[in-house]
Design a protein around this ligand. Structure first.
Ligand SMILES: CC(C)(COP(=O)(O)OP(=O)(O)OC[C@H]1O[C@@H](n2cnc3c(N)ncnc32)[C@H](O)[C@@H]1OP(=O)(O)O)[C@@H](O)C(=O)NCCC(=O)NCCS
Length: 314
């Protein structure tokens, strides 16, 4: 019998058990995976999860879960083979089946059960390279640094009329950068930025917190912004962007300090953000402000054949 991916509904209980095992297997030691497990289980039960159960000779030996297609391809969230079946050759076969079932894989997940060396060999031979996503948080004990704004720049709260200008800043800041492809909505950079900003502003990923989101402006035009949402109970600084023509002057830092100050005034318990560790300007900015790694670094893989730019390059 050919090895194949079948819908989760083929054997719901086994799908749930394997998805749980997959989420646990790819977590860091000590990481709390309850939320991830609950999320994946909920999606599988409701029938909204994309993915399938991997059958070998009629037995369920693995599971794969992926995100809805993006313009470049899919992002695999979980790929998992139960330990005796977790071999490099078996993972190659599973990845090929995902590719056939869902289209090109732009982002791949780790391959639990393989050594790091074997995982790298499999994924590199298929054209993938690693990157690392990390959630950083600001410990409540960290004092807020002094608020200074570069000459000719003012920092203020966002206003409804800023949305289009912020989209333009976002397009300029993220254009041609790796992080843009992580959340790609549209291949056209201007439309993509407009959609990303609208998604945050309209609350697609969680309530938009306009009272703690800031704009930096020069000569009356926005040149940078921070957009904050409420996500899983925490305040998440979801978007930070500075127009390249205004970078390296302290605009990013002043926007972040304004945001942190406002969040502290509101007595937010958890101030979080997610960053690609290879994005050194962003990572350094957050570290200097006192943010520390809270979850991750989470190793993920991007297809060098599909994503046109490597993380950390300009
Ligand atoms: C990350 C980002 C917001 C930083 O904005 P920025 O305005 O350049 O940030 P700052 O000016 O405060 O700091 C950046 C660097 O300039 C330096 N700098 C600040 N003021 C300076 C000045 N007056 N003269 C020279 N250098 C200065 C800082 O020390 C820092 O140096 P470092 O990166 O070597 O540590 C910006 O690079 C950006 O928009 N990137 C693309 C989008 C992105 O990746 N966003 C984050 C996603 S998580």
């Amino acid at each position: 019998m050919a090895n194949r991916l079948v819908p989760f509904s083929h054997d719901l209980e086994t799908s749930l058990a394997l998805a749980r095992a997959a989420a646990i297997a790819r977590a860091d030691p000590g990481e709390n995976v309850t939320d991830v497990v609950r999320f994946v289980e909920g999606q599988i039960r409701s029938g909204s999860a994309r993915g399938g159960l991997w059958m070998v000779d009629g037995r369920s030996v693995g599971v794969a879960v992926w995100d809805p297609p993006e313009p470049l391809g899919i992002a695999v969230r979980l790929s998992y083979l139960v330990p005796p079946s977790a071999t490099p050759a078996a993972y190659r076969e599973l990845l090929a089946a995902i590719d056939r079932a869902a289209g090109p894989v732009a982002f791949a997940a780790p391959l639990p059960g393989l050594s790091l060396g074997d995982e790298a060999e499999v994924l590199r031979s298929l054209g993938f390279a690693p990157f690392h996503r990390t959630e950083m948080r600001l410990p409540s004990s960290v004092p807020i640094p002094k608020f200074e704004v570069p000459a000719g720049v003012t920092v203020r709260l966002v206003r409804p009329g800023d949305r289009d200008f912020i989209a333009r800043v976002h397009a300029a800041a993220f254009g041609g950068r790796f992080d843009r492809y992580l959340f790609l909505e549209d291949l056209d950079p201007a439309r993509d930025a407009a959609r990303v900003v609208s998604s945050l502003w309209d609350g697609r990923w969680g309530e938009f917190l306009s009272g703690v989101s800031f704009v930096a402006e020069s000569a009356g035009t926005p040149v940078g912004s921070t957009l904050v949402i409420r996500s899983e109970g925490r305040a998440l600084i979801a978007d930070v962007a500075v127009d390249p023509a205004f970078q390296h002057r302290g605009v990013g830092r002043s926007l972040m300090i304004a945001t942190i100050r406002a969040l502290r005034v509101q007595r937010e318990l958890v101030i979080a953000l997610a960053v690609t560790e290879e994005n050194r300007p962003a990572f350094r900015l957050y570290e200097r402000l006192g943010f520390v790694r809270a979850v991750g670094p989470d190793r993920r893989w991007y297809s060098t054949r599909i994503v046109p730019v490597a993380p950390g390059t300009d």
